[in-house]
Design a protein around this ligand. Sequence first.
Ligand SMILES: [Zn+2]
Length: 425
Amino acid sequence: MKHLLVLLCLAFKISFSQTIQQCKHRFDRYLNFNSSLNDFVKFEEDAIYLLDKTGAKEFAIYKHELSFISSFFENTSYLFQESFFLEKGIQKFLARKCDSLFINLKDKKSIISNNSLPLKGYRIAIDPGHFGTNLKDAKIEYKYVYFIKDTLNINDSVKIFESELNFNTAFILKKMLEEKGATVFLTRTQKNFTSFNCNYSDWINTNKLRVLDSLKNKNLISDEHYFKLKNTDEHDFFRDFFRDFELLHRSQIINEFKPHLSIIIHFNVDEKNQLWLKPSKNNYTMAFIGGAFVADNFDKIENKINFLRLLCTNQLSKSETISGLTVINFHKNLNIPIANKNSAIYLNDKCLTTNLPGVFSRNLLLCRTVNSPLVYGESLYQDNEFEITELMKNDKEIFGIKTNSRVFLVAKSYFDAISTYFKIK
Ligand SMILES: [Zn+2]
């Protein structure tokens, strides 16, 4: 338990208390997709247990430990959480030991209010999704809309890169929040960059071998997998390795920033318009928060730990609040209908509805791994027949960015939602 003693010295304190009933409600409402975790999580009157595949108790949270463990998960890095999970197991901490944990604690997220700069002291992370701003990169990610004039009854060819829309929205939102005093962190510094501060091709040329060698030397990938990845082309390498590797990096750098709130920016397409060869008449707005775990997720320790954080903290309800506000503002400012669970197949097959319209629990990597309240926004469908014309425009300059009124309104919607969330005027 020596590591635990180190943990006890870490600075955090109780900001709210939790009950087993609240956790059970979160489990039923947001986390347990179609009852698939029933064999892995057990609630008793005075404890919550995680069970392994044989049904044996693997980890326990007793009633008197809940507030401490909740605060611990919110205020520590993943590596500490993993050590804690493995070392604690089903041991029961004495109540006075839990109490003693809070004696020398500082709240790293406390804010001193400032009337002229109402967001001063708040740290807000923004993740503009994807990286491709040319057809080669965007085809690797499959994140673009490309309609050729001659093949369709449209006035002009359409070429829209989601990475660029996401980045421009993030950049404008960052400036708006900074004007109110917030400290804002962007996961990417340029519209064609990955979160590694370079574009995908440069990353492949300078980092691919080094990263694969390092993973092989640490026995984190098999020899067979190593050789397969080493020899695969950029397209398959993205699908088989880079996509999740880079998303994890995004969540790592967001978590190092210790944000009060994280904004994950995406623009959607109409799933029912697959293969996206023509414009769609549909347009819906929606947002995702964490949750909707399935049994297979429990094969990996990192998923169990992220599950425990979402179970024991009130991050999910805060995420639901900011996401609900964001969806309402998208709807109001952009005049787009709010999605219901029948608007797309993935909303029915992979998501749980929440208490708020257009907000869904979905077990996306970032929704699971980012350690703060968050909104994963999908403001509009880029392939919608009205949006394609609007999104192709470059007729507005905002904070030095050439863009269009739709991107501005998406950024404004996030800003309005954040302002309400933090109760600023
Ligand atoms: Zn996206």
